[in-house]
Design a protein around this ligand. Structure first.
Ligand code: ADP
Ligand code: C5P
Length: 243
């Protein structure tokens, strides 16, 4: 049940990568669903390739001092909380093989801090974030779209563990934010993006089969990609074959 056949079909008739472009993977899913874990498992298996991981969180807007005074009323789970225009311009540059500078967002002070992060072009670029499949312009750049699916109770438990127990945030505050913003926004904006996924991974941490299939698929696509670099004419053959 990890393959969403409907969208897989659409993906299968897409043209192959042009020789110089990186392979873009989007990993979406609710808070604490295991997205970071999935990205690390994919990256570990692809150790022989240049892989770059970019977190959508880096593109949160810095909050002004006025908004910071009422930070508990701010919805960090709404699409408008992210500077998607800036993210798109970074992705376009990476697509053209150019290095980019991305913001360094600090979750504790809710602002961008120095130093910014320099990202070099890579073979594979993994984009991770709750709303990475929300914007159609971002989706159009992705060669593979993944949604990490986990039970809401499990996610809430992990979030409480992470924020209240590990990071020392007030537990009432964590639960209040969850019920006022995180859960409603998950239902309104994150969950509806599941339909755009090529692959849906349940119980990501234990799902080695899903990770193996994903890595195998990436290797196949990159193999075609490398062949195109060596034998440009084969690129045309692949295009014809796939269509
Ligand atoms: P996300 O990136 O979606 O917020 P993470 O991958 O950071 O999620 O995981 C959130 C928390 O849950 C982390 O503390 C992580 O250690 C824990 N976690 C992730 N996957 C599992 C799993 N399969 N079993 C138990 N804990 C997990
Ligand atoms: O890693 P994860 O996917 O959980 O990160 C996204 C979450 O981070 C969102 O659910 C949002 O509520 C939370 N967040 C926060 N404070 C910020 C920025 C994001 O609690 N300053």
């Amino acid at each position: 049940n990890i393959i969403n056949n409907h969208t897989l079909h659409i993906n299968a008739i897409k043209a192959p990568l042009s020789p110089k472009q990186p392979f873009f993977i989007g990993v979406a899913g609710g808070t604490a669903s295991g997205k970071t874990n999935v990205c690390h498992m994919i990256t570990t298996q692809l150790h022989d390739r240049r892989v770059v991981l970019i977190n959508q969180d880096s593109f949160y807007y810095s909050l002004s001092d006025k908004i910071l005074q009422k930070v508990n009323d701010y919805n960090f789970d709404h699409p408008d909380a992210f500077d998607t225009k800036l993210m798109l311009s970074c992705l376009e540059k990476l697509k053209c093989g150019q290095p980019v500078t991305i913001p360094n967002y600090d979750m504790n002070c809710h602002k961008r801090i120095e130093p910014e992060r320099q990202v070099q072009p890579a073979d594979i670029i993994i984009l991770e974030g709750i709303l990475i499949l929300h914007d159609s312009r971002v989706r159009d750049l992705l060669n593979m779209k993944i949604f990490v699916d986990e039970d809401s109770d499990v996610r809430l438990t992990r979030r409480v563990q992470r924020l209240a127990i590990e990071r020392g945030r007030n537990i009432e505050n964590v639960l209040d934010q969850y019920s006022r913003f995180v859960k409603p926004s998950f239902e309104d904006f994150v969950l509806p993006t599941k339909k755009h996924a090529d692959i849906i991974i349940p119980h990501a941490g234990e799902n080695d089969v899903a990770i193996d299939l994903i890595v195998q698929n990436i290797r196949t696509k990159l193999g075609q990609h490398d062949m195109c670099k060596i034998y440009p004419n084969i690129f045309v053959m692949f295009s014809t074959f796939q269509i």
